[in-house]
Design a protein around this ligand. Structure first.
Ligand SMILES: C[S@@+](CC[C@H](N)C(=O)[O-])C[C@H]1O[C@@H](n2cnc3c(N)ncnc32)[C@H](O)[C@@H]1O
Length: 628
């Protein structure tokens, strides 16, 4: 059993704690007070140990990241939820034909709602969460009613009842809330990744060390791929009192390192320029590479006579990479170069043809290769007629670099659940245009209110989702316009289906998520909220049935009743009242349906319900029948 740290909270004023922190910073930690609030505290066991030369009895040493609230975060990740996704057709683009999804709402809810439909289906996740700089907001998941009221009074709950807290260093919850927030979300998101999937997480120095530990725990240390350094600025802040911060980190983890493969980057003109063919070698252009070895072996330390008759030796303390016999063979094969005059130390010819497949990505991504903060700023302002509506978007070129090293197949899904201004969707459009790939995106963003008196507010945008959706619309339209003559442009999917996380369509008293999947559905009383439309119900059926949200939906009239056919025959749904035997018979005969769903209240009596089953048994025995 894991022992709990006895991190008692002494009745010390913050100043005392701060003083101890100046001598023993490692002894200052975070804990919860009696009211469940997180505050700074002293780890007395550790402090005692610091003041003693003997082992101090106390808690066992262990290697893991702990913080107050971790267990609650785990519970938050695992708890079911009584919510649904409601389509917003008016906000969508090409609702009927697009394969892209944009979800408005808290990403923990949204990720949970996607658990069945997108389980093991996402190829790549890119996220750029709040960095916990002390100026950004962090979302708390477990709010009691009293706390909610408190927050509403303080103006910290927005129209969506979002629970946003400015996570300042001074309030003592500098790390813990952020850790709980990200921990729960990563845990749920991991389930959506394919076995060959990968996640890229942008972060800066504030939390990179903690995030790495959390990811080690969630994804497994062996699945760590790299901590990529992105040079986000092209010049230092010259007024900085410390080393100027000019880079971000991007942590990369595979779902399963043995299943993940990396794509090589295409060779650049610059790289190819280094190859030439001065001796007209029929094997094509080459460049000379060193032949001295890294480790010394006396056997490989021998003199070589150059074509001009000069005797040369390996560099002092080193030897050649190959034996004398092997060098002979290479010389006879015209693979050794002795310099222009034929009197230099031997070098080996490296042929362009051998490296044509591409180059392995480096772990440092420079601003002149993948863009910097100003690149993305310009990208966004260009789309919005010179107005800057969103702080710190990421350059699409940075996200495209991530795509460049991903071995995508057609129709792969890219997920971004901190999507902000929608840069990931824009990058997907650009990438699909360039590579004819047909990647699809799922973006999630909380409808965070825009800052009061900001340009965004003056331009009429109420929340970040409004900016994000408009950015995607504009980016798509711009690409279509600029490439209208490109072959196949009509196939570029620049649409997206918008959904909003909302309370369940079912009245609370009747609905529990698990119940809906049981076979006793016919016994359920009709319990649908009055304000919900057919489409709301249809998408809840898709969610509950584990069917993807972007499948084509066709509306047809069958015996005078409206029926939605999802993906031709995967699902047929009818929510109309007074369904007749004639209707049910026509439907049962219409297609080879896998599943049909009706509203419980559509049948007048138990008798007609039994008829439905019998009719289907007769005409389409393999169809599964459900009611809501
Ligand atoms: C750093 S920004 C991402 C910027 C984005 N990469 C871009 O290029 O525009 C982080 C975003 O995550 C959003 N966010 C924070 N917590 C969230 C949550 N719980 N659910 C959904 N979105 C959240 C914030 O509103 C913010 O827009």
């Amino acid at each position: 059993m894991i022992e709990k740290l006895d991190m008692s909270t002494p009745n010390l004023i913050d100043k005392n704690i701060a003083q101890i922190a100046t001598i023993f910073p490692q002894c200052v930690t975070e804990t919860k007070d009696n009211n469940g609030n997180i505050k700074k505290a002293i780890d007395f066991d550790l402090l005692k140990q610091e003041l003693s030369s003997k082992i101090v009895e106390g808690n066992k040493e262990r290697y893991r990241l702990e913080w107050p609230g971790k267990k609650e975060a785990l519970i938050a990740a695992n708890n079911g939820l009584n919510k649904t996704l409601r389509p917003k057709i008016e906000d969508s683009v090409n609702f009927d034909n697009t394969q892209n999804v944009y979800i408005e709402g808290d990403n923990l809810d949204a990720l949970k709602l996607l658990q069945e439909n997108y389980l093991n289906k996402v190829k790549l996740i890119y996220i750029d969460p709040p960095y916990n700089t002390g100026k950004d907001f962090v979302y708390k998941d477990n709010f009691t009613v009293e706390k909610k009221e408190l927050l509403a009074d303080s103006g910290l709950l927005d129209e969506y009842e979002n629970k946003l807290l400015k996570n300042q260093d001074s309030n003592g919850r500098y790390h813990s809330d952020w850790l709980s927030m990200i921990y729960a979300r990563l845990k749920v998101a991991r389930n959506l990744l394919k076995k060959e999937g990968v996640i890229y997480i942008s972060i800066d120095d504030n939390e990179v060390h903690n995030l790495r530990k959390i990811c080690d725990e969630i994804f497994g240390e062996k699945n760590f791929i790299r901590n990529v350094i992105w040079e986000k600025k092209y010049s230092p802040a010259n007024d900085s009192k410390v080393i100027s911060d000019t880079h971000d980190h991007i942590l990369v983890y595979a779902k399963n390192i043995s299943e993940w493969t990396m794509k090589l980057l295409p060779r650049t003109e610059e790289m190819n320029k280094r190859y030439s063919n001065p001796d007209k070698d029929p094997r094509g252009p080459w460049k000379p590479g060193g032949l001295s070895a890294k480790t010394y072996s006396p056997k490989y330390d021998y003199p070589v006579v150059t074509p001009s008759g000069k005797t040369v030796y390996p560099p002092t303390g080193s030897c050649w990479q190959v034996s004398q016999e092997k060098l002979e063979i290479l010389i006879n094969d015209n693979k050794i170069y002795f310099g222009k005059e034929g009197d230099a130390k031997p070098q080996i010819k490296q042929f362009l043809a051998d490296v044509q497949n591409g180059v392995v990505s480096k772990s440092i991504w420079k601003y002149d290769e993948v863009g910097h903060n100003q690149t993305s700023r310009k990208e966004l302002t260009d789309l919005f007629d010179g107005e800057f509506l969103f702080d710190n978007p990421k350059p699409t070129t940075l996200i495209e670099r991530i795509f460049d090293i991903t071995t995508f197949t057609k129709n792969d899904i890219v997920l971004d659940f901190f999507s902000g201004s929608g840069s990931t969707a824009h990058a997907v459009f650009k990438y699909n245009l360039k590579h004819k790939l047909n990647l699809h995106f799922i973006l999630i963003q909380i409808p965070d209110r825009v800052t009061v008196n900001s340009v965004a507010e003056q331009k009429g945008y109420k929340n970040i989702c409004e900016i994000g959706k408009e950015r995607i619309r504009r980016a798509g339209a711009k690409i279509l316009k600029e490439h209208k003559d490109k072959e196949g442009i009509e196939n570029l999917d620049i649409g997206f289906r918008v959904f909003k996380v909302d309370s369940s369509n079912m009245k609370d008293v009747y609905y529990k998520p698990d119940e809906i999947r049981q076979d006793n559905l016919f016994e359920m009383v009709s319990s649908i909220k009055e304000d919900r439309t057919d489409l709301d119900l249809l998408f809840q059926v898709l969610l509950d049935s584990g069917i993807e949200l972007t499948l084509p939906i066709k509306e047809k009239q069958i015996a005078g009743k409206k029926v939605y056919f999802v993906d031709y025959n995967v699902l047929a749904v009818c929510f109309e009242d007074n369904l007749t035997e004639e209707f049910v018979t026509s439907l049962a005969k219409s297609e080879d349906l896998l599943k049909v769903v009706f509203r419980d209240s559509s049948f007048g009596s138990d008798d007609s319900r039994i008829n439905v089953e019998q009719i289907f048994k007769q005409y389409s025995p393999n169809t599964q029948i459900r009611v809501i």
